[in-house]
Design a protein around this ligand. Structure first.
Ligand SMILES: C[S@@+](CC[C@H](N)C(=O)[O-])C[C@H]1O[C@@H](n2cnc3c(N)ncnc32)[C@H](O)[C@@H]1O
Length: 341
């Protein structure tokens, strides 16, 4: 028996994956999924609503069909395009679980910056707005529209994780939560809505807190969520029974990761818990592709950040003084890593 001959399909799919990626990012940019909404539209109706060129329309729509991002009933002039259950839930802006904001941010920023990956691999230096030097967050936040899109993008990518954490973690045992680097306040909003006994602090840089205050006020939770400005590198962390860090530790090198965990330990009471919500890489570093790619994204976006495995988290937490650790799976590649004081 001979081995099946090697064939290059997977290599080509990955090598040209940027085409599929760009089709989705442009579809989000053009609001294809919002325009389709709950309707079944002909190619011509959809083309006109999106204002795209006749030459491009059916290839674009049928590419989305073949990628499983639209469904089509019928052929030719009779064809009608509709959202899939996933695009209706996650990419139609009218949906409460909309998360297209992360793809808007990816399309406007990361798509270009990842074009410099080879340079990042050679130099180890950020390839984003901080390419010329300076602090990456200062550089990203220098443009108010980019700041707004970045913060909305963070809320989009974590939406499902925050919902699952609010459901599964036993917040009923606690009275206070601080979300360190809380960005838009999305996590505090999700858990305050579900757990009426909790008061929350969303702590972030002063450039970000006005956006969070707006969202907290719009959610009618200003009496239970305090949005506090500060700098976690130079200030103590606010005291709380539960401290959450969503996609914070991966932004920084080992020394800052360790320092943040020491600060979290100091801000917690005995019995308090730290929760890191990240794409924790599998222990053998073979399977969590999104986690590994996210770590390369930290090469592009930060000076020394990287994603990590649970044993690494456990070791840093024990060094900081925590007595035990655990993990809770969240959506897809994401987990909550927990450490108890
Ligand atoms: C990758 S985002 C994560 C946002 C959010 N926690 C989440 O899970 O989506 C990192 C957050 O850390 C905040 N941040 C960065 N440096 C900070 C600092 N020195 N002090 C306070 N917040 C900071 C950023 O403004 C941003 O909101």
């Amino acid at each position: 028996m001979t081995d099946a001959p090697a064939e290059p399909t997977r290599i080509m799919e990955i090598g040209t994956g940027f085409m599929a990626s760009r089709v989705l990012l442009s579809a989000v940019e053009l609001d294809v999924f919002g325009v389709v909404g709950a309707q079944r539209l002909s190619a011509e109706a959809l083309r006109q609503r999106l204002d795209i060129h006749p030459r491009a329309a059916t290839d674009f729509f049928d590419a989305l069909v073949s990628l499983g991002l639209l469904v089509r009933a019928g052929e030719g002039a009779e064809a009608r395009y509709a959202n899939t259950p996933e695009t209706a839930a996650f990419l139609d802006p009218a949906s409460p679980s909309y998360m297209g904001s992360i793809l808007t941010m990816a399309g406007r920023r990361l798509y270009q910056h990842w074009g410099n990956l080879t340079e990042g691999l050679r130099t180890g230096l950020p390839q984003n707005e901080a390419r010329a030097g300076g602090d990456p967050f200062e550089a990203i936040y220098a443009d108010p529209q980019r700041l707004e899109e970045y913060v909305a993008g963070m809320a989009g990518v974590q939406h499902t994780n925050f919902r699952i954490l609010a459901e599964r973690f036993n917040f009923a045992r606690h009275q206070s939560v601080c979300d360190v680097g809380g960005a838009s306040g999305a996590l505090c909003i999700a858990i305050a809505q579900r757990h009426p006994q909790l008061t929350c602090i969303s702590f972030d840089l002063p450039q970000v807190t006005p956006l969070a205050r707006r969202r907290v006020a719009a959610a009618g939770l200003a009496d239970r969520i305090e949005v506090r400005s500060g700098n976690f590198l130079t200030d103590d962390l606010p005291r709380a029974e539960v401290i959450v860090m969503g996609n914070i530790l991966h932004d920084w090198g080992t020394a800052t990761k360790q320092a943040l965990l020491v600060k979290a330990y100091a801000a917690l009471p005995p019995g308090g818990v730290l929760i890191a919500v990240e794409n924790i890489i599998d222990d053998a570093r073979r399977e969590n592709t999104i986690g590994l790619l996210m770590s390369l994204n930290m090469l592009i976006e930060t000076r020394d950040g990287y994603d990590y495995t649970f044993p690494q988290f456990d070791q840093w937490c024990r060094t900081a003084g925590f007595r035990s650790t655990g993990r809770m799976p969240l959506a897809g590649p994401a987990s909550a890593a927990l450490a108890w004081k």
